[in-house]
Design a protein around this ligand. Structure first.
Ligand code: NAG
Ligand code: NAG
Ligand code: NAG
Ligand code: NAG
Ligand code: NAG
Ligand code: NAG
Ligand code: NAG
Ligand code: NAG
Ligand code: NAG
Ligand code: NAG
Ligand code: NAG
Ligand code: NAG
Length: 679
């Protein structure tokens, strides 16, 4: 053992001594440095010493590579693996005024400095459509990209950093940002906008022994403060990718949209950590937009001498800001100005941190719901984003929301406002912490069981909310999509009905009111499916289904033609209605209340609208003010004109058949009972 170790020591020691670390540093790029850098395409070095890879033209490519090739492997035949390397650089991506948002830049290792036939845009000036993904490229790159990948599912975030192997498709990518440890030693993620124009530091390290690549970025601060936790730490063996010698450098490209890509300083080293850049020697990213606070005093002197220019620039900037504001105001239609519930897009964008995917708290039939925090007030909101809406009467829509925004009831989710941006509609609600009733019943966390008391209280709350909508407000509001996933549960386990009244807003662009059925399969009243006529009693029908769902813990429609109403009716007829109760309740329930809820559910989901109670009656039954009338046996009811039906058929009509006929007439191949229909 000891022998083997000393043998290994003898073997490796001389190599370590002999090995020469390749290393270079550019604290800015000035005249005398130029022989060490090869430029191609749109790349130039500015008089300030900033290396500028792209200009404002569309579809340009800029390359800048270290002139000499770098040995990537040890000369020793004992180590066939690619050696470690490390690089550190400062870059800035400044959007051009003409068409900002133009593509990214990539730190690149390539067997050649030339990329014949390489394409701009997503191909980053490195690849083209025919060689993308081909292992014979021998290219390793780390991209700092400002636009989404061009393929579905690739590089999901627009503002991202990715590690690329022979392809524009990253093998791993992450929203651009950095981790900071707070006092509890938790790593907090801070997003960093690559395309802010501000300088950003980047570090890339490859560990040739552990075969891990780390990528770290941080805002540019005076002190080199490298975040301890890298943004990306990804296991990858570069040995198959890297040739014996490689060229290292940068590539950037523009497309339909353009940005200026700058490298302000760069160091690189084989085997050891790349040397630190000397901040005081770095050029500023031209033109300087931000304050100079991040720079050393020496630079402040320079800036002071340029203060006249700065003042002029500021003047121009001020003028343009005002001008932009004027233009923005102008593009708002007059009616939009007196909508007190209208939000500004930029506020919602900030509140949701740019509609980050990690902020999605729900996905509905017509878009995703994001959690957000309004920076000005610190209040939590839920923002529903309805993409590519086809609402034609935006003005009527706004009027409708403005009026719904005035609804206030403790069992309704408060609608705070709305915002439109191009074809997207954003609707802002209060954020309700406990999620939907649907998820508490069907997908509870940690085997949580909603107690009978909580269920009864929730059902009473929904009834109160619906009563308010139907009878107690200045207008009659028909919800049209009552279902468990539209009921949110607050911290005290009170029910809050959401999305009220919105459904009818989606009628405006439909061909005919009668064929357009809005609602959710399983909750659609039979007369609604047949005639498309909505009324408060179609809401009562859906509420009846909800009662049954909450009491039994079963979905309105299950597999192999299971229809909840039908089954409970059978239990009722057998005099064993309590058998239908949710087994998870474990017999912990009030018998009277349980019977009441199940029978009221049957009554409300009666196929005949006139047989259903009003929401006012429902609340009286639930509070015990009125006794519940006996549930009529549906089997004796003549349902269709002349048609005799037994209970099973009728129940089927009240649920499943209506949805089936609804399928075939309007939506086609919906298979899940919980898919929103008609939106
Ligand atoms: C270029 O920068 C180097 C240090 O990086 C400095 O020694 C040299 O004087 C500079 N040359 C010019 C022409 O500014
Ligand atoms: C940008 O660079 C390209 C390639 O060098 C050049 O043809 C084009 O004229 C440049 N555009 C501008 C606006 O400088
Ligand atoms: C890196 O270091 C290893 C041993 O520490 C040595 O064998 C190798 O030659 C070095 N590689 C390069 C490219 O300098
Ligand atoms: C490998 O050997 C070549 C030729 O002897 C030498 O130029 C090069 O610097 C060596 N590379 C390393 C990493 O030691
Ligand atoms: C080279 O990499 C292979 C595969 O990861 C590993 O088994 C081997 O030990 C490595 N060799 C050296 C000298 O590090
Ligand atoms: C890179 O290495 C591969 C195989 O190791 C070789 O086929 C290819 O020609 C090399 N590329 C260049 C540009 O030297
Ligand atoms: C794609 O790039 C490769 C290698 O750079 C080149 O040989 C090929 O001609 C290019 N293909 C097209 C269609 O431009
Ligand atoms: C990869 O590129 C090589 C050389 O250009 C070519 O011969 C080969 O067919 C390409 N492979 C694929 C899968 O496109
Ligand atoms: C790199 O890409 C090539 C194809 O271009 C693939 O064969 C190889 O597995 C990839 N390597 C890694 C580590 O992803
Ligand atoms: C890469 O990051 C991991 C995780 O933070 C760390 O353990 C490792 O030492 C890092 N490696 C290098 C070469 O920086
Ligand atoms: C950085 O550059 C300044 C001015 O060129 C010099 O005075 C200072 O010593 C350098 N700092 C380091 C750490 O090299
Ligand atoms: C640039 O300005 C923004 C907002 O004024 C600020 O948050 C940021 O820290 C500034 N960046 C630098 C490098 O000073």
């Amino acid at each position: 053992m000891v022998l083997a170790m000393s043998f290994a020591f003898l073997l490796f020691f001389p190599i370590v001594v002999q090995s020469q670390a390749t290393e270079f540093i550019f604290n800015g790029f000035n005249g005398s440095e130029m022989s060490r850098i090869s430029l191609e395409g749109a790349s130039i070095v500015k008089p300030s010493g900033a290396l500028k890879l792209t200009n404002a033209s569309n579809n340009v490519i800029g390359h800048a590579f270290y002139t000499n090739p770098i040995d990537m492997y040890s000369n020793s035949s004992l180590d066939p693996n690619a050696s470690s390397f490390s690089t550190s650089f400062v870059f800035a991506i400044k959007p051009s005024t003409s068409s900002p948002g133009g593509y990214g830049l990539a730190f690149t290792l390539s067997p050649s400095k030339q990329f014949p036939g390489a394409q701009p845009e997503h191909y980053l000036g490195i690849f083209n459509s025919s060689n993308d993904g081909n292992a014979s490229n021998h290219v390793f790159a780390v991209e700092f990209d400002t636009v989404k990948g061009y393929k579905e599912n690739s590089d999901k975030e627009g503002n991202h950093v990715g590690v690329n192997n022979n392809s524009v498709d990253s093998i791993i990518s992450w929203a651009a940002g950095y981790y900071e440890y707070d006092k509890d030693n938790d790593a907090n993620f801070n997003e960093l906008t690559l395309e802010s124009g501000d300088p950003i530091r980047a570090w890339i390290q490859y560990d040739g022994v552990k075969k891990v690549v780390n990528v770290t970025i941080s805002p540019f601060l005076e002190e080199e403060h490298k975040p301890t936790k890298p943004l990306i730490s990804h296991p990858i063996d570069l040995t198959p990718i890297l040739n014996k010698t490689m060229y290292v450098g940068f590539s950037a490209a523009t497309g339909q949209k353009t940005s200026f890509h700058y490298i302000l300083g760069w160091s690189f080293s084989m085997n050891i950590t790349a040397p630190s850049l000397n901040i005081s020697q770095l050029p500023l990213p031209p033109p300087m937009e931000n304050s100079s606070s991040a720079y050393k005093p020496q630079l402040k002197v320079v800036i002071a001498s340029l203060s006249a220019i700065t003042l002029i620039l500021l003047g121009i900037l001020f003028f343009f800001t005002c001008f932009k504001k004027m233009v923005q105001h102008h593009s708002l239609e007059d009616w939009e100005l007196d909508c007190p519930h209208r939000f500004q897009y930029k506020d919602l964008y900030a509140a949701t941190k740019g509609f980050k995917e990690t902020g999605v708290i729900g996905v509905g039939g017509f878009g995703a719901v994001y959690k957000g925090i309004v920076p000005a007030t610190g209040s939590e909101v839920a923002v529903k984003k309805i993409m590519h809406n086809s609402i034609q009467g935006m003005r009527e829509f706004a009027a409708e929301i403005e009026s719904l925004g005035r609804l206030r009831h403790k069992n309704l989710v408060n609608l705070q406002g709305w915002c439109k941006r191009k074809n997207d509609l954003l609707i802002v609600y209060d954020y309700i912490p406990n999620g939907s009733l649907d998820s508490l019943i069907f997908k509870p966390k940690n085997n949580f069981v909603l107690t009978w008391d909580a269920r009864y209280n929730i059902l009473k709350g929904i009834a109160a909310g619906l009563l308010y909508l139907h009878e107690e407000w200045e207008q009659v509001v028909i919800h049209r999509d009552v279902k468990s996933s539209n009921v949110l549960i607050d911290a005290e386990l009170n029910a809050r009905l959401g999305d009220f009244g919105l459904a009818r807003l989606f009628d405006h662009d439909k061909l005919s009111h009668t064929t357009n059925v809005v609602g959710t399969i399983g909750y659609i009243a039979p007369e609604l499916a047949r005639t498309g006529k909505v009324s408060t009693s179609s809401d009562v029908f859906a509420y009846g289904i909800l009662l049954l769902e909450v009491a039994t813990g079963r979905r309105p429609i299950g597999s192999s033609n299971f229809v909840l109403v039908d089954w409970i009716m059978e239990c009722h007829q057998l005099g064993q209605i309590l058998d239908a109760l949710d087994p998870k309740l474990n017999s912990n329930y009030m018998v009277d209340e349980a019977e009441l809820v199940l029978e009221l559910g049957l009554l409300c989901s009666h196929h005949k609208p006139e047989a259903r109670p009003t929401m006012r009656q429902v609340t009286r039954y639930l509070s015990g003010d009125d006794p519940l009338p006996a549930v009529v046996d549906w089997g004796s009811v003549d349902f269709h004109s002349g048609g005799e039906m037994n209970s099973r058929n009728l129940a089927v009509i009240s649920g499943y058949m209506t949805t089936t006929s609804y399928h075939s007439s309007s939506i086609g191949d919906i298979t899940s009972s919980s898919i929103d229909a008609g939106r």
